[in-house]
Design a protein around this ligand. Structure first.
Ligand SMILES: NC(=O)C1=CN([C@@H]2O[C@H](COP(=O)(O)OP(=O)(O)OC[C@H]3O[C@@H](n4cnc5c(N)ncnc54)[C@H](OP(=O)(O)O)[C@@H]3O)[C@@H](O)[C@H]2O)C=CC1
Ligand SMILES: [Mg+2]
Length: 349
């Protein structure tokens, strides 16, 4: 694996991949597949396919984990043939990634188009798996699988909701990779979109502020989250959301990390830490947005983090505080806060 290529050599209209690092090579290859319909069509011939039904991925159980089966082109054609579907259906698939060896990965939903939806139980029986809600399965997937399935779900959902041009009302047409849709009557290009969401873990030095919505599973509390309004910076969105939801003013905003979150729609979660202004800790919950919000001590939060078992199982064990699943950025932020607090209290001893 070479680490660096100073010169970008062009062969035909794209790059010579030989001298580039594995990561750059992969990135450039995916770029080519998105830009060049013919190259993508060719990659689809030799590609592998992840199947969905109404946005639920096909999964197989393996102990406490889910495995994600993939089908070759030949297996997919055989499956479609068996259920009376034309192999043309494969053109609805979207590109979601590729291996280091340039094997292209696609996702195809067999249930979204009601006109040609394939009966779910029959496919499940044929493939020895089940189509399971991604939200339910998330805690039993590896982080690599969940990230790939998050992308696939978001992209399939976006295509399903953008079949028509919002200006002309005419049907839009997807490119082969599914990285955009075009209206043939006016050439408007539509690109898949994510809504920016700020998520903030507010602390007062010793405690952190967590909140819950009535739609959350019983006992579950998370960090404060909210969609950015149009025209706002991330900092403005954080200050507004915290003020709106719990009536507090925050300062010392610190960016932590980000995450693509596909539920219910595609959001780009921008995670930050913040502190309340000195002496301002009295929460005034906005009941139109939240069911409850409270300050939690380090011990309470650390104990909740330590609990073993899946998120789904924890819901029934009557424990006082439940936290978001490991793959959610909210979990990561809460864990980071506990680790930082623990380190600084140990250092103080
Ligand atoms: N990965 C993670 O760790 C976490 C992810 N999240 C995600 O963050 C997102 C936002 O959190 P939430 O507290 O609900 O947000 P908000 O506090 O902004 O409240 C949601 C409400 O805002 C309105 N709204 C404004 N803009 C939008 C938009 N672009 N899309 C949808 N609704 C909008 C809707 O109201 P109305 O329906 O009345 O129109 C919606 O009910 C959620 O999708 C949630 O899944 C939240 C916490 C943790
Ligand atoms: Mg909110």
């Amino acid at each position: 694996m070479s680490l660096y290529c100073g010169t970008v050599c062009r062969r035909k209209s794209f790059w010579c991949y030989r001298l580039l690092s594995t990561y750059v090579n992969k990135t450039r290859y995916l770029f080519e597949l998105k830009e060049d319909d013919e190259a993508c069509r060719k990659a689809r011939q030799a590609g592998v396919f992840y199947l969905f039904h109404d946005l639920a991925p096909l999964l197989q159980t393996s102990g406490r984990q889910y495995l994600v089966p993939r089908l070759s082109r030949a297996e997919l054609e055989r499956l479609l043939g068996k259920f009376g579907q034309d192999s043309q259906r494969i053109e609805d698939s979207v590109l979601i990634g590729c291996s280091n060896e340039r094997e292209a990965w696609f996702a195809l939903d067999l249930g979204l188009s009601s006109a040609s939806s394939i009966h779910k139980p029959e496919v499940e029986a044929e493939l020895g798996g089940s189509f399971i809600s991604l939200r339910r399965a998330v805690s039993q997937l590896s982080s690599m699988d969940s990230s790939l399935l998050f992308t696939a779900r978001a992209l399939l959902r976006w295509h399903d909701g953008h079949q028509f041009c919002s200006k002309s009302g005419q049907p839009t047409k997807k490119n082969v990779a599914g990285s955009k849709r075009v209206c043939p009557s006016n050439n408007i290009i539509y690109y898949p979109q994510m809504a920016p969401v700020v998520i903030t873990l507010v602390t007062d030095g010793a405690r952190c502020l967590l909140a819950r919505q009535s739609s959350f599973p019983k006992g579950l509390y998370s960090a404060l989250a909210g969609f950015c309004d149009i025209g706002e910076s991330v900092e403005e969105a954080i200050r507004r959301e915290v003020a709106e939801e719990v009536g507090l003013e925050v300062e010392n905003l610190q960016y932590s990390t980000s995450q693509h979150w596909p539920f219910p729609n595609s959001s780009l979660m921008i995670a930050c830490h913040a502190t309340v202004k000195p002496g301002q800790t009295e929460i005034q919950v906005n009941l139109r947005e939240l069911e409850a919000a409270a300050w939690f001590s380090l011990d309470e939060v650390a104990a909740a983090l330590m609990r073993k078992g899946s998120f789904i199982e924890q819901q029934s064990d009557g424990l006082p505080l439940l936290l978001p699943p490991k793959l959610a950025v909210a979990h990561h932020m809460i864990k980071t806060w506990v680790e930082t607090q623990t380190c600084s209290s140990l250092a103080a001893i």
